[in-house]
Design a protein around this ligand. Structure first.
Ligand code: BG6
Length: 479
């Protein structure tokens, strides 16, 4: 019997970006400033600064980014050349509601996404849209204290309904909040700030505040799912979690048990979004810590009714945790209690490269939720060199992606995981989220721009561009 070596015909091969990391045009056509517009550039080991406003004398890399706003037609033509079946991006909330609390949307912003989605559909590329990918209106932070204020639920729902109504015949796949679970790492300011406009370390009880903030987002997410289904019952609306499986350091029972406990941090918000209620372990934790998370009477019902259709997730790496070392780990590229894994290499940014971990992740998530999965981010951030003749030989990226696609295929073809698609991150070079650098590149398409904002913004096909084109053409058979 012949063993199938291809992914199904309708598998969604594509690529992913987020509005603020590619679009630029940060103050054009009525767009308001978002939280990332006051984020400076950092580097590996150097934190991005969060400034009080857009200030002279600072460099804000997202203001221009890859200038996708003005180049999208050219870029989509290149995606089509690679054979993309889908393209994941986000809508910048601040193009639609510049301050966030207005009653009426900004028509120019809505028109931009109409044009963008039409351009994709012209080539048969399905838009996959995240409603909020680290780009909430800065005004909501200043005026309301971000997601600490429950009013944000209404603002977000108004925004979500506006765009879902407008694009109901153009977009089928949606996600609510990008990597909502990043905030679980409340010790590192960037995560809370980008997800919810709150710097938890400045709060009296950072951890309790984080749970309150996230509760508001979980309610908002569930309402968006529910209303989305009313707008168009064919919508597929997912959650989006950063999934970093945590291996036990050894087979010592204490390490094993600690890895189970530590995984609760990874699962928590996805558990609520995919199962419609808070899991028992978190009630126990809140009880132990004396936390009181304020919930309205109707919240339980809202969460129950707003269960997602699929689980979207990003996968870049695994981590290892060891019992007894709970307070170690630097919180950015590691987790509390995380220690090095001697069996896997690391990228220049310290991210552990573990393709088998992707198959493991797919199995864990599928067994836990029994819902379709969507790998909406995966990829290798690296420094690329342009040769004298203009070529870019990114064999390291090809090697990374090839190994991950191989494992992804095993999960589908051998383990029977129901997988919707695969959209590698930063399919066109964009600004790094954690460091604000341009030189941490993920793309199949090179963008001529450097860390200081120099460059022509010219686009070039990398070697991986031609590799990925073949992968898609062959349904994943030729790697
Ligand atoms: C995910 C985010 O955390 O990882 C993206 O959803 C981000 O926004 C990506 O860009 C890669 O991280 P970085 O820091 O290398 O850009």
């Amino acid at each position: 019997m012949r063993i199938e070596n291809k992914l199904p015909e309708d598998f969604l091969w594509g690529g992913a970006v987020a509005a603020h990391q590619v679009e630029g045009a940060w103050n054009e056509d009525g767009k308001g400033p978002s939280v990332v517009d006051v984020l400076t550039a950092g580097a590996h080991g150097v934190d991005r600064k969060i400034t009080e406003e857009v200030k002279d004398g600072f460099y804000y890399p997202n203001h221009v980014a890859s200038d996708f706003y003005h180049h999208y037609k050219e870029d989509i033509r290149l995606f089509a050349e690679m054979g993309f079946k889908c393209f994941r991006t986000s809508i910048a909330w601040t193009r639609i509601f510049p301050k966030g609390d207005e009653q009426e949307p900004n028509e120019a912003g809505l028109q931009f996404y109409d044009d963008l989605f039409d351009e994709l559909l012209k080539y048969g590329i399905q838009p996959v849209v995240t409603l909020s990918h680290f780009e909430m209106p800065f005004y909501l932070v200043k005026q309301y204290g971000g997601w600490k204020d429950r009013k944000l639920v209404d603002f977000f729902v108004r925004y979500s309904v506006t765009v879902m109504e407008r694009y109901k015949d153009k977009v089928k796949y949606w996600m609510t909040f990008n990597e909502i679970n990043n905030q679980k790492n409340y010790r590192y300011p960037l995560f809370g700030y980008s997800c919810s406009g709150v710097i938890f370390t400045e709060e009296e009880n950072p951890e309790e505040c984080m749970y309150q903030v996230v509760h508001h987002q979980l309610v908002a997410s569930a309402l968006a799912v529910k209303k989305g289904h009313e707008i168009n019952p064919d919508f597929q609306i997912g959650c989006m979690i950063a999934f970093v499986p945590l291996y036990p350091f050894s087979c010592r029972p204490e390490d094993m048990m600690y890895s189970v406990e530590a995984m609760h941090d990874r699962y928590l918000f996805g558990d609520v979004q995919a199962r419609g209620k808070y899991p028992s372990y978190i009630h126990k934790e809140w009880e132990r810590k004396g936390f009181h998370i304020h919930m309205e009477k109707e919240d339980e019902k809202i969460l129950r009714e707003g269960v997602v259709d699929y689980v979207g997730f990003s996968y870049y790496m695994t981590n290892v945790v060891e019992a007894g070392k709970e307070e170690e780990g630097n919180g950015l590229d590691g987790f509390l209690g995380s220690v090095g894994n001697p069996f896997v290499p690391k990228s220049d940014w310290g991210w552990q490269i573990d393709p088998v971990g992707l198959r493991y992740a797919l199995n864990l998530l599928y067994e836990r939720y029994q819902k379709p999965l969507f790998i909406v981010e995966n990829g290798f951030g690296a420094i690329d060199k342009v040769n004298g003749d203009g070529t870019i030989e990114d064999d390291y990226r090809i090697a990374y992606l090839k190994a991950h696609v191989e494992e992804m295929k095993k999960a589908v073809l051998l383990d029977g995981v129901d997988l919707i698609g695969y959209t590698p991150w930063g399919c066109i070079d964009c600004v790094s989220f954690t460091t604000g650098e341009m030189k941490k590149r993920y793309g199949f398409i090179y963008v001529d721009r450097d860390n200081e904002g120099n460059g022509t913004l010219e686009r070039r096909r990398k070697k991986s561009f031609f590799w990925y084109k073949k992968v898609i053409e062959s349904g994943g058979e030729i790697l």
